[in-house]
Design a protein around this ligand. Sequence first.
Ligand code: FAD
Ligand code: DLZ
Ligand code: SF4
Length: 519
Amino acid sequence: MLLRLGRQAGAVVTRLILVLGDQLTEDIAALREADRETDVVVMAEVAAEAAYVAHHPKKIALIFAAMRKFAAALQASGWDVRYTRLDDPANAGSIPGELLRRAGETGADTVIATEPGEWRLIAAVQDVPLRVHLLEDNRFLASHADFESWAMGRKALRMEYFYREMRRRTGLLMDGDAPAGGQWNYDSENRKPPPGGVDFHPVAFTPDESIEEVLTLVEHRFADSFGDVRPFTLPTDRTQARRALTHFIGHALPFFGDYQDAMLTGHRTLFHACISSSLNIGLLDPMEVCRAAEDAYRAGNVPLNAAEGFIRQILGWREYVRGIYFLEGPDYTSRNALNHRRKLPPLYWGGATRMNCLAHAVRQTKEDAYAHHIQRLMVTGNFALLAGIDPAEVHEWYLRVYIDAFEWVEAPNTIGMSQFADGGIIASKPYVSSGAYIDRMSDYCGDCAYDVKAKTGTDACPFNLLYWAFLDRHRARFEKNPRMANMYRTWDKLDADRRAATLSQAQDFLHRLSQGEAV
Ligand code: FAD
Ligand code: DLZ
Ligand code: SF4
């Protein structure tokens, strides 16, 4: 018989079971391994986790509120939970410090932990001078070994092929051996411009007394951080997260596919699920979410393009980016394949800008700690890439400002998908566009100081200038890319005066951006 981790035959020894702020489910590996009779669960609100980057206050509030509720639920079901609040005078200030303090208190010499979602914290937990057993995070549908064996020997690690394998393995949206409807991917049906009327709103949860206490704490302690803690209406426990999911499946999923790429000033979430924070901190399980979407399709309530598009985000993209993060290793976040060096301009922190799309995305991010995928990719990300901003600064911005940001998911999306800083591991070509794309998919341009139709001149949409300047700057790298050949052909066909004016006006714009002007 296998000895359980850290146990000696016959001896009853207390072990510390570490549960981090984004591991809030009773099914988590460390709790599954634990013994309710003899082990002690350690949970701690610590300054080190709240401040290694200056997170959006809503994100800190979400983590603390959900941690407190989860700890109370564990206690109610008989666990010995040693919970440390941020303002506890004995708080050691870091996860390793809290483990050592609790080891001293209980006499434990062993820690059972579920692998954290950031290399930084994995190293810190492994370095704790106790016997540390790290168990693989069991909340994902592809294990490290699954992903490694899929990736092994492949020249290109494209998400689409990984996704097909995951569909086959899980049986999700499969009719026997074939994909439901005969096609794996219905993305071509998912690019409709913004709809006229949208009447979907995610469920808003009114904070109870325990959450109010957290909001007040966060307001005081993190007053200088970027972002508004109130209003706070997010799900903070599993019951609420399930309600939010059911509401989404019933009311928004049918339209998810069609309008996935659309952006509307008056409707910040459109038909998106707003479940990423619940998934990432453990309140929802990815398989239950995918099954709920498939059930809605099988019941005839949701079209296939919507169910498939939604399931692809979770079964495909979410699992795939995690695989890449752990496959590529800790240096992934410092990659800079395009050698971009510009500093992140103040407009990302709410500084004045005349670009309405950016002003809107940043304002929304400050207020909600949320922007949907296309806002992140094609507005803030697109601009940073076109302007040649240092990907490390862009990465830190995304990690700080979004409610769902943990490095395992944020870094591949930012460094890889959005900034092409990994040299093309995730994206087969850079996600860049001129203003025309934003104009087609949103209502932002109508209220902008710039003219999206103007290609050059003082009124010209900066995306129009920067787009061509980016292609020109990186010609050696991208010209041979078959997916970009058309773009270069179009650029080369423009007359020489127009090209020269575009490049010099782009340079002037970038100079003014770097000087801190409100461009
Ligand atoms: P929906 O659009 O309703 O999608 C449903 C679910 O699919 C999401 O909740 C999410 O779990 C999953 N999903 C969708 N797209 C992706 C993706 N590209 N990668 C991984 N999962 C995905 N997502 C995060 O969870 N955390 C991040 O820190 C994060 N950073 C991002 C940074 C950039 C630059 C970009 C372009 C994308 C980032 N994403 C991140 C992916 C995506 O934007 C968010 O998952 C999504 O906007 C969350 O909102 P939602 O729940 O309404 O998603
Ligand atoms: C994000 C976060 C914050 C703000 N605070 C805490 C905390 O006080 N205690 C904790 O256990 N976890 C926190 N977290 C989540 C961790 O930062 C997260 O586990 C790692 O970033 C790995 O994903
Ligand atoms: Fe953004 Fe250009 Fe449209 Fe203005 S005109 S909102 S800068 S895309």
